[in-house]
Design a protein around this ligand. Structure first.
Ligand code: HEC
Ligand code: HEC
Length: 292
């Protein structure tokens, strides 16, 4: 039933096809489509001429612009390696204070340090260096062995109670286990230690705290200091702040004083380069938050 006729509404011819009274219009392809087809074709011709396009067996058409993505990538990688060599040389050579003053270098320290820390230290100290039971929080102002970049780099180099011949030695004696204090004396000294960081604790009888204070001066102050603020010469922690390696509740302090503590931090001298250890020390200094 092909019968071409003009559609009275649009003025276009129909294709002459009709299905149950539905007639197909023979609408022409819009001009704009031809325009874009033409433009795309022209563009591809220009592109063939300028850029590498056609494979020719073992070679290919190179194009007038002589553009080569592979050479570009090679070049960029070379540039980046040069830049890296440049900043590693600077971090290796410059002292801590100068590196800390250079925001560009510190950005490199933060990026590289984060990766190094994640690979080597996070297993014990936590991904954000917040520590956990038995592992110190490295983001506070409270340090066992000192928080200067030098002190931290040294801790990383030799470790604590490690196999390194120059290791830092951390020995909290076992006062109960080794019979240096009787159990009621431990009770008293624990009460005193708890009162230091938490003076408002209600369940601490003043008499116990006072007795503990005397015991502390005689047994603990040599390492932890008269004021119990710690001593970075022997790695003795500050007992007056809210940061604890093992815990600040009565039970945990009692366990610490009874059995002693000898935390173990590996030496990294043979496992990380001097540069990596320097970057880590700077990275850790950068994590410090002011104490609340
Ligand atoms: C096997 C677990 C372990 C790993 C891995 C480890 N540490 Fe430690 N780290 C410790 C322990 C435990 C201590 C605390 C020792 C103590 O109680 O005296 C410590 C202490 C430290 C200290 C001393 C903090 C202070 O207050 O002076 C620094 C700094 C430190 N670690 C940095 C690092 C860095 C950097 C790495 C990665 C290269 C690392 N640690 C990997 C367990 C670990
Ligand atoms: C020979 C030095 C020395 C003496 C004496 C000493 N301590 Fe310590 N103490 C340390 C060291 C070092 C540490 C850290 C141990 C570690 O983490 O490996 C420590 C840790 C502690 C901790 C754990 C703190 C935390 O953050 O969890 C408590 C509590 C403590 N000592 C209380 C005492 C009390 C109370 C006495 C006296 C009865 C005492 N210490 C005597 C060196 C000493």
């Amino acid at each position: 039933m092909a019968k071409e006729e003009r559609d009275p509404h649009t003025g276009y011819l129909t294709t002459g096809h009709e299905w149950n009274g539905i007639i197909e219009l023979n609408t022409p392809v819009p001009r704009i489509i031809y325009f874009f087809l033409g433009a795309a074709f022209l563009f591809s011709v220009v592109y063939w001429i300028l850029m590498p396009t056609w494979p020719l067996g073992t070679t290919y058409t190179k194009g007038l612009l002589d553009s080569d993505q592979r050479a570009y990538v090679d070049n960029t990688i070379k540039q980046a390696a040069l830049q890296r060599a440049d900043w590693t040389a600077r971090i290796e050579k410059e002292n801590y204070a100068d590196i800390q003053k250079d925001p560009r270098l510190m950005e490199v320290v933060r990026e590289t340090g984060r990766a190094l820390f994640g690979d080597n230290c996070a297993a014990c100290h936590g991904r954000e260096a917040q520590g956990g039971k038995g592992f110190p929080n490295l983001t506070t102002q409270s340090w066992l062995w000192g928080g200067t970049p030098d002190a931290i780099a040294e801790t990383i180099r030799v470790g604590i109670n490690s196999a390194h011949p120059e290791t830092r030695t951390s020995q909290m004696p076992a006062f109960g286990h080794d019979g240096m204090l009787k159990s009621n004396e431990i009770d008293n000294v624990v009460a005193f230690v708890r009162s230091l960081s938490n003076p408002s604790t209600k369940d601490l009888p003043a008499a116990k705290v006072a007795a503990g204070k005397t015991l502390f001066a005689a047994n603990c102050a040599a390492c932890h200091g008269e004021d119990a603020k710690g001593n970075s010469e022997v790695g003795a922690p500050n007992l007056t702040d809210p940061f604890w390696i093992y815990g600040g509740d009565a039970q945990t302090i009692e366990t610490t004083v009874w059995g002693g503590r000898q935390g173990h931090m590996p030496t990294w001298e043979s496992r990380l380069s001097a540069l990596d250890r320097k970057i880590l020390a700077l990275y850790i200094v950068g994590l410090r938050k002011p104490n609340p």
